[in-house]
Ligand binder design. Structure first.
Ligand SMILES: Cc1ncc(COP(=O)(O)O)c(C=O)c1O
Length: 384
């Protein structure tokens, strides 16, 4: 059975060109970048080169790039680190109602330390409501954290507008841009962001390699301490292969952006057209015009999304219902709740996220299997 993978927001298959660039760092170039000898210093220079290349693409400052093990780590560092280091400025921050669990959990952890936060609500398309954001700002607000693109429904947020509001109010601004590559052109200066997070495995790079962009004019307290790497902001031996892989994948993502966006949109739109033609009582969460072109979150009235997912997976078709991090505990998605989905649809959503390796010719099989799955499951429900 040939697997069809439509869960690219959870992770992507590594690009062979990326892997090829990484291999020498396992085989020969294994020097510790903090070592004084030549093998170490050569790798230290490579890290600087990687930062320079990434900074150019995002219109940022290379000295503000900190490599981490994941975006989860980057988000923890930025949210906890900024709030803890700036207590003198205030104890309040804002996050959107649709953040990834690593932002939510970081925020909740800070409650125990006397910090307070509020959620910025989103509309039915999963886009944050700017007037609500403005209303929630307090004199003691230190940080605003709003993701660039939502991982469950693909909604794009008005990042430059939020950046402007934050700058006017002298509030620091973080965006988790994990799902934005290469769908949006990240621009640190235009967006007026102080902090940004990325993860290599979402754009055909390796798992276990992330990045935190940190405006170093702002105080931040590290969460991992030790050897003092990354100007003391993130101790731990540099993951050379991961850093090289992340950089190569990032460069390729933006170099090949135009053709990639066209192809991925074509496959997704074709899938949605075929789905609507063949299955009744379905609808998407949020309007397509607010979404990145890889993403489609579909509600199948009367059936559980998880039941569809499991049935499809047995047939070699791999999709998800929401964030990969919540796939183990089958609770109601906070994102789906935040966009105001009614109770009868609440658990009926399936997330399809397309990517580079999905082809239009696969869609026929996916739709055919989905029709069978939905027909079978709806036999047990009141919806036919
Ligand atoms: C929006 C968003 N933020 C953060 C993460 C966490 O990234 P990582 O897997 O690098 O920890 C994910 C991954 O699902 C994500 O989609």
């Amino acid at each position: 059975m040939v697997n069809i993978y439509i869960d690219n927001a959870a992770t992507t298959k590594i690009d062979k060109r990326v892997l090829k660039k990484m291999i020498p760092y396992f085989e020969n170039k294994y020097g510790n970048a903090s070592s004084i000898h030549f093998m170490g210093q050569e790798n230290d220079l490579k890290i600087t080169e990687c930062k320079k290349e990434i900074a150019q693409i995002i219109n940022g400052n290379q000295n503000n790039i900190v490599f981490t093990s994941s975006a989860t780590e980057a988000n923890n560092l930025i949210i906890k680190g900024v709030m803890r280091a700036n207590r003198d400025k205030g104890n309040h921050f804002l996050i959107s109602a649709i953040e990834h669990p690593c932002v939510l959990s970081s925020a909740r952890e800070l409650l125990d330390e006397g910090f307070k936060f509020d959620y910025i609500p989103v509309d039915k398309n999963g886009v944050i409501i700017l007037d609500e954001l403005k209303k929630k700002i307090k004199p003691e607000t230190v940080l605003i954290s709003v993701m660039t693109v939502n991982n469950e429904i693909g909604s794009i947020q008005p990042i430059a507008e939020i950046g402007k509001i934050a700058r006017e109010k002298n509030i620091y601004f973080h965006t988790d841009a994990v799902q934005a590559v290469p769908y949006l052109k990240i621009d640190i200066k235009k967006w007026q962001v102080d902090f940004l997070s990325l993860s290599a495995h979402k754009f055909y790079g390796p798992q276990g390699a992330g990045l935190a962009y940190i405006n170093k004019d702002i105080k931040i307290k590290p969460i991992i301490v030790g050897g003092g790497q990354e100007d003391g902001l993130r101790s731990g031996t540099y993951n050379m292969a991961g850093i090289v892989g992340l950089t190569e994948a990032f460069k390729l993502a933006y170099k090949e952006r135009d053709s990639y966006l066209k192809e991925v949109r074509e496959v997704r739109d074709y899938f949605w057209k075929e789905l609507k033609k063949n299955i009744k009582n379905i609808r998407i969460n949020g309007d397509l015009k607010y979404k990145t072109p890889n993403s489609l979150n579909v509600m199948f009235e009367g059936i559980e999304g998880e039941a569809i997912l499991i049935d499809l997976s047995l047939k070699g078709i791999h999709v998800s219902t929401g964030s990969a991090c919540s796939a183990q505990n089958l609770r109601v998605s906070s994102v789906i709740k935040a966009i105001g989905v009614s109770d009868e649809y609440m658990n009926s959503n399936v997330r399809f996220t397309f990517g580079r390796y999905n082809k239009k010719k696969e869609i026929g099989r996916v739709v055919k299997e989905l029709v069978k799955t939905v027909d079978r499951l709806r036999k047990f429900s009141s919806i036919k």
